[in-house]
Design a protein around this ligand. Structure first.
Ligand code: HEC
Ligand code: HEC
Length: 340
């Protein structure tokens, strides 16, 4: 089966690494890693041999991702807040869920693109991986407000879904809440977006312009890569307000995990995912960059340097998988009716 089609990676043969520039080496020494350009290498990172990615699971997970009938109101799907046409976010400061309820902690919806590369999920990192994560929003009262029983009933009442689960997992599959959410997670694993930055780190010296390379160098020299590193340029728990106060810290009551650590957001597709910070209070990317200097590094970042970093960030805009809106199988008399 051709997973490369699903993943949207270009199946380039091994890149020839001769003449890797010193900047390229410096980036790697500072913990920056590309999305591998070989499907084999990528699958080693994202696939779980115990529940491997297959075309059937991805197709089904995608339908469930887009299906608003998994919410109590029948109106909200994962895609409502993690809109795959909008960089995987909703573009509003605070997530709005069931009955127009804003997230009680004033939290902003993070992107689902490349979330498979994060070592921690949620702003406070309380979930270790996507399959576990997907259980949260379906049940959270301010999000989809459903119960595991309700979701199981919906899916099992739709014969086409039952058939697809059997096709994906075998006739003995138990279509329960765990299976439904882990199937959504398998679809999410395919949401990786390789960019020109990856082409560069994979050895193509010409993939970045001179200005973008300068921005990358500034990003590293200022110390940003000490937290925004790895494949995601983020996705790990890090201290927040290390050197200074975040001026919107009092909007909402989010304080990080029990040690005050916050999940570092990915910087991939960052130009598409405003507003920024956990409570979505910063609209300008340039301001977000400058504020990081004072909050996290105790330095003043000049307008010029912020512009340089921003220029580099534009190269992090990735090639999105080609996602067509799925047709969802129709409800039956047994399908639970939406409630307000
Ligand atoms: C009402 C809007 C809303 C809906 C609907 C929603 N989410 Fe989220 N999602 C959020 C918010 C807000 C967060 C951050 C919450 C937190 O940290 O406590 C989040 C966090 C996440 C994360 C963690 C990413 C990260 O960077 O930490 C993933 C993955 C995710 N959601 C996937 C899903 C899936 C899958 C669904 C559907 C089953 C879904 N979401 C439904 C708003 C939503
Ligand atoms: C000490 C670790 C650390 C350092 C150093 C650091 N960051 Fe961050 N960065 C974080 C964390 C944690 C957050 C999330 C803060 C929050 O919203 O509560 C963040 C948020 C961001 C955001 C907003 C992302 C979003 O989606 O909301 C941007 C942009 C950003 N950082 C860029 C930078 C730049 C540029 C530098 C270097 C000047 C830098 N960071 C240095 C840890 C760090």
């Amino acid at each position: 089966m051709k997973i490369s089609y699903i993943l949207g990676v270009c199946a380039l043969s091994a890149t020839v690494m001769f003449g890797a520039s010193s900047l390229m080496q410096k980036a790697k020494q500072n913990g920056l890693k590309p999305i591998p350009n070989s499907e084999f290498e990528l699958l080693k990172i994202i696939d779980d041999p115990k529940d491997p990615i297959t075309e059937a699971k991805v197709r089904l997970g995608k339908q469930l991702y887009f299906d608003p009938r998994l919410s109590k109101s029948g109106l909200i799907s994962c895609n409502t807040c993690h809109n795959l046409g909008l960089g995987g976010v909703d573009g509003v400061p605070v997530a709005i869920g069931n009955q127009w309820t804003p997230n009680p902690h004033h939290l902003n919806s993070p992107t689902v693109y490349n979330s498979v590369f994060f070592s921690a999920q949620f702003w406070d990192g309380r979930s270790p991986h996507l399959a576990d994560q997907a259980k949260g929003p379906t049940l959270a009262a301010p999000e989809m407000a459903a119960t595991p029983k309700f979701i199981e009933k919906v899916v099992n009442s739709i014969p086409a879904y039952v058939k697809e689960f059997k096709y994906a997992y075998g006739d003995n599959v138990k279509i329960n809440f765990d299976k439904i959410t882990s199937t959504i997670a398998i679809f999410e694993k395919t949401l990786v977006t390789p960019s020109r930055y990856d082409d560069y780190l994979n050895g193509d010296e010409n993939a970045l312009s001179k200005a973008e390379k300068e921005g990358l160098k500034t990003f590293i020299d200022k110390g940003c890569a000490s937290c925004h590193n790895g494949i995601a340029l983020g996705g790990t728990m890090q201290p927040f307000q290390v050197a200074g106060k975040y001026k919107f810290a009092n909007v909402g009551d989010f304080k990080g995990d029990k040690n005050g650590m916050v999940k570092t957001p990915t910087l991939r597709n960052i130009t598409e995912t405003a507003p920024y910070y956990h409570n979505g209070m910063v609209w300008s990317l340039k301001d977000a960059i400058k504020m990081m200097g004072s909050i996290q590094l105790g330095i003043k970042i000049s307008d010029k340097d912020a512009e340089k970093i921003k220029t580099f960030f534009k190269a992090l805009k990735g090639r999105k998988p080609d996602i067509s809106y799925p047709q969802l199988p129709e409800s039956t008399d047994k399908t639970p009716r939406p409630k307000d």
